[in-house]
Design a protein around this ligand. Structure first.
Ligand SMILES: Nc1nc2c(ncn2[C@@H]2O[C@H](COP(=O)(O)OP(=O)(O)O)[C@@H](O)[C@H]2O)c(=O)[nH]1
Ligand SMILES: [Mg+2]
Length: 390
């Protein structure tokens, strides 16, 4: 079974009495849990819970009243019984930091440049203001950071620009710290995670990466291909399922809410630890599509009263200030529990996390720094602040 590591916190699940409705399908044997080499741990290690026995659903699922979804066929498990292949260990956190730093270098250079041959004067603060705004930090967070920085400079009696630079890194890290949070898996079986975002943000890729990490730790994952609009989207998730040797619930041209409903029920019946629901991309301004997303959420709750346990928004790190607008809109529609910020290895400027921290502090569970399976990392405010400073 599954014992969460530093990547995924977890609390012991309360074992429910077995109901003799249907015998649960035994989960596929898994390779010994491998803790990804993330060091140092971002959060204090959580004591692994006592492995709960796989329990069938407590009650037969009731179909949603408002939408009786047609049953989605459950795709045959793809090599579900094969042991999970443990690949070469992911790169050390340091090399991952290198990727993040390289990605944010443009921003860092802008902020760093302000300190070159600088005195502590109004001109320095003006240059920092311009650099922070250019890094997508936004007006409010920029104002907040500069005011905070001035206080720190006074209380530390800093006399050199180089000291101010360190103090700014501190100020950014402190601002971002409330965004640090560990994704908790194991409190519910299955833990249902719904993933939303605009087109191309990196939802499916992030789900693939997350599945890999969860599988590596011994969690049984079921994917729900609720992006039913494009055949290509389903295929893409199938490829990820295949690579990760996990099962997938998918239906050609089906109703996304129906697929999600069936996936949650299948996850309960098969004793999965996690059900990841991939949804189609949409803009917050497309109201009918936002309504559809709300419907998926409602229907998931009908399949399992406590679900979804997590509603994640995936954001392309290159989106700039629009990312904040996305967080606000999706949060209002769905009640977000966490964010995944992708593509921080590219030309992303990263400052928007400061804006999010200031204006809509939804926790950042993970950041994506590339297209490969291992290119997903937990968010650490101090590291991010340092990468942002160059
Ligand atoms: N460089 C980079 N590319 C990424 C990252 N995450 C996703 N992508 C790429 O972004 C594109 C869109 O990703 P996809 O997962 O299909 O987005 P979706 O529409 O939200 O499901 C694909 O080409 C991915 O390979 C990342 O962290 N870094
Ligand atoms: Mg997708």
């Amino acid at each position: 079974m599954f014992s969460p590591s530093t990547w995924f916190g977890g609390k012991p699940a309360v074992a429910e009495p077995p109901v003799p409705v249907a015998a649960p399908v035994a989960p596929p044997p898994v390779a010994p849990a491998v803790v990804p080499p993330v060091a140092p741990p971002v959060t204090p290690p959580v004591t692994p819970p006592v492995t709960p026995p796989v329990t069938p659903p407590a009650a037969a699922p009731t179909a949603p009243a408002e939408t009786p979804p047609p049953p989605a066929p459950i795709a045959p498990p793809i090599a579900a019984l094969a042991p999970i292949t443990v690949e070469a260990p992911a790169p050390e956190r340091t090399s991952w930091l290198g990727k993040l730093k390289a990605g944010l270098r443009k921003t860092g250079n802008g902020i760093t440049a302000a300190f070159v041959n600088a005195q502590i004067d109004d001109e320095l603060y003006e240059e920092l203001e311009a650099a922070l705004l250019m890094a997508d930090t936004g007006v409010k967070a920029t104002e907040y950071l500069l005011e905070d920085l001035r206080k720190r400079v006074r209380s530390n009696m800093a006399t050199e620009a180089s000291q101010v630079k360190l103090l700014l890194a501190d100020a950014i890290a402190d601002l971002l710290r409330p965004l640090e949070k560990t994704l908790v898996i194991g409190e519910h079986t299955p833990t249902v995670i719904m993933v939303a975002g605009v087109n191309g943000a990196g939802k499916t890729t992030s789900i693939g990466k997350l599945t890999r990490h969860l599988s590596n730790e011994g969690a049984a994952v079921l994917l729900a291909a609720a992006d039913t609009f494009r055949a290509a989207a389903r295929e893409q998730l199938l490829v990820w399922a295949d690579r990760n040797t996990v099962e997938i619930v998918s239906q050609e041209g089906g109703d996304p809410a129906a697929v999600s409903f069936d996936a949650v029920n299948a996850g309960k019946a098969r004793g999965k630890d996690v059900v990841l629901v991939d949804t189609a991309g949409r803009l917050p301004t497309q109201l009918h599509l936002m309504d559809e997303l709300k419907k998926i959420k409602r229907v998931v709750t009908r399949a399992e009263a406590t679900a979804p346990h997590e509603v994640l928004l995936v954001i392309d790190g290159n989106t700039g200030q629009n990312a904040l607008a996305q967080v606000k809109a999706f949060d209002e529609a769905l009640g977000l529990t966490g964010l995944v910020i992708t593509k921080l290895d590219g030309t992303a400027k990263g400052g928007v996390l400061c804006a999010i921290a200031r204006e809509r502090p939804v926790p950042v569970y993970f950041i994506g720094v590339g297209e490969k399976l291992e290119d997903l990392e937990t968010f650490n405010a101090r590291e991010f602040a340092q990468a942002l400073m160059g």
